[in-house]
Design a protein around this ligand. Structure first.
Ligand code: SF4
Length: 260
């Protein structure tokens, strides 16, 4: 098993027990990874090992490839449950992300009106008014918030923007007024650099819960490592640990799912 670089701009559909039939939309180049984070657990690998040499797919290329795939699926009577923006990095970094969302809504309405549109984002561009507005148009605006410890984020999520400020990110997620889903990865162990990366303890969970309560998202999704990670020392959080954290979120009156 190794880290994954996804085809671009369309991949799948992938059949998953949790999402159903999910068609992937990857707005990053097909030959590497482009992200404003460099998470040590990223299934695509470290940024430095996957530099890209080709450009992002154009808005037109995304729309054409998506329409061709949706037509093909329609003819084969395969109905996607969800169109998921994910892949080799941060989807909202694409210069035409807002326009691509509009194209995707149009194509979804035409070929598979039952399908939801999900965006998996690391939240780094949510302050840009056009990105914020585009994210309000999708069904599932899924925003990463692994912790509110700046120190932990710098060691684990490793933002590439020196200006990254987790307090500002929390305010940005809050500004969706409940129309956001928070996604948080919990894990354990010590990184290859000897850093303790366990964020399942009270020192991390309690302030994170405070932030979740303050943001009041529509839902929270917690999960743990599922695939090979570029840092080989990381460990999964246990089912019991995830269930305990999930129960504390639910006790705040916020729906929460845990994936193991
Ligand atoms: S935000 Fe996502 S794509 Fe970017 S480095 Fe982290 S896990 Fe990988």
């Amino acid at each position: 098993m190794s880290t994954i670089i996804y085809p671009s701009p369309i991949f799948g559909p992938i059949h998953s027990r949790r999402l159903g039939i999910s068609l992937g939309i990857n707005l990053l180049p097909a030959d590497g990874k482009v992200c404003t984070f460099d998470c040590i657990y990223c299934e695509c690998g470290f940024n430095k090992d996957h530099r890209t040499k080709t450009p992002h797919p154009t808005r037109e290329a995304v729309a054409e490839a998506l329409e061709a795939k949706l037509k093909e699926m329609h003819e084969e009577d395969i109905r996607p449950d969800v169109l998921t923006f994910a892949g080799n990095g941060e989807p909202t970094s694409h210069p035409y992300f807002p326009e691509i969302i509009d194209d995707t809504i149009r194509l979804r309405d035409r070929y598979c009106p039952q399908a939801k549109i999900s965006v998996l984002s690391n939240s780094t561009f949510i302050h840009r008014p056009k990105i914020h507005e585009a994210l309000t148009k999708v069904d599932n605006n899924i925003l990463k918030l692994d912790t509110i410890s700046a120190d932990y984020i710098n060691k684990v999520d490793r933002p590439t923007q020196p200006s990254y400020d987790v307090g500002r990110i929390v305010d940005g997620i809050k500004s969706f007024n409940g129309q956001a889903i928070i996604q948080t990865l919990f894990m354990k162990g010590t990184s290859e650099d000897g850093i303790d990366v366990d964020n399942t303890g009270e020192a991390y969970v309690a302030p994170w819960l405070e932030a979740v309560r303050d943001i009041a998202p529509r839902e929270v999704m917690i999960y743990t490592i599922d695939r090979e990670t570029p840092d080989k020392n990381l460990l999964k959080a246990t089912r019991e640990e995830l269930d305990a954290i999930r129960d504390r979120v639910v006790a705040l009156g916020i729906p929460c799912t845990a994936s193991y």
